[in-house]
Write a protein of this length. Structure first.
Length: 302
């Protein structure tokens, strides 16, 4: 399948840490290689799943540099560069451009609770300050504010705002965006469980959590959906659905990082205020991971 830019399956990369809390650069390189070898279409470091909120500026830049070096242009690298401060978001976006990122993922301002006009002015200011492709990230479950379809469609007219990662869970809103968007504006699901539904409605793919653990299977679901092979897509969807749901039995990325540790891909180390998964949930979660055969994946048991 010949995919267009920012179409397909992107992994919201988890960030490996060492026991002392520093970035595990060797594990990050191995993890990028694992993702690319499994056929993922895009890599998105330093977002929610990458614990971007607890990374210092120099750490974010170092993670981005490592991912770019390891990817070597084989897949686009889109870095989390959002903030609830428009000025800080512009600074982070300029840094991403300087370091060579292929785009940025820019989250809706959290805590401030802007109006719809405030959302528009925030993203327009970023786009006008830095010539780099921008994916707007709408995730009201974390930001407490929703970017409405009419606002997103206004933003879609800004030249370098190229896509939205939609994690509102509101299929009606997402359909309104798909129906009226410009032809070159991508609509990506921000939720694994409803990504196939969004693709079936005309969306373009997914920024995925579950593809950290199962990149090939998640990519196959989206590819089948984009190709119109819904029988195959549904078959894979229902196989992977238990893990999609289990990844949120505790706050993301707690479960996904636990799975990656079980697979031998990184240590199970988090930045506070995140803590390891509770024992009761861990037992249920490990069973799901085992049933999918993920413990036989690259690095498992090492």
């Amino acid at each position: 399948m010949n995919k267009k830019p920012f179409q397909g399956t992107g992994t919201a990369l988890a960030t490996p840490f060492k026991r002392d809390g520093s970035i595990d650069e060797a594990a990050l390189r191995r993890f990028v290689e694992f993702q690319i070898s499994e056929g993922i279409d895009m890599l998105l470091p330093c977002g929610t799943t990458g614990e971007g909120a607890t990374l210092e500026v120099d750490e974010t830049e170092r993670v981005l540099s490592i991912v770019l070096e390891q990817a070597r242009g084989r897949v686009p690298v889109i870095v989390g560069a959002g903030s609830n401060s428009t000025g800080k978001a512009i600074q982070a976006t300029k840094a991403a451009k300087r370091l060579g990122a292929d785009g940025v993922l820019s989250v809706g301002p959290y805590y401030n609770k802007p109006t719809q006009q405030g959302f528009y002015e925030h993203f327009k200011a970023i786009a006008e300050s830095v010539d780099i492709p921008i994916i707007v990230y709408n995730v009201p479950g974390r930001t407490s504010s929703n970017i409405e379809a009419r606002t997103m469609l206004r933003l879609a007219e800004v030249p370098n705002i190229v896509a939205v990662k939609e994690a509102s869970g509101n299929l009606g809103q997402i359909m309104d965006i798909i129906k009226d968007r410009p032809a070159d504006f991508r609509v990506l699901s921000g939720d694994d469980a409803i990504a196939l539904a969004i693709v079936a409605m005309g969306g373009d793919g997914l920024v995925s959590v579950v593809s950290n653990e199962a990149p090939r299977m998640m990519r196959e679901i989206i590819d089948a959906g984009l190709a119109g092979d819904l029988v195959r897509a549904r078959e894979l969807q229902y196989r992977l659905l238990p893990l999609m749901n289990a990844n949120f039995m505790e706050s993301n990325p707690i479960p996904v990082k636990a799975a990656l540790a079980m697979m031998g891909l990184m240590e199970e180390v988090y930045r506070l205020p995140l803590v390891p998964m509770g024992s009761a949930n861990r037992e249920k979660f490990q069973k799901i991971v085992e049933e999918l055969g993920l413990l036989q994946s690259v690095g498992a048991g090492k």
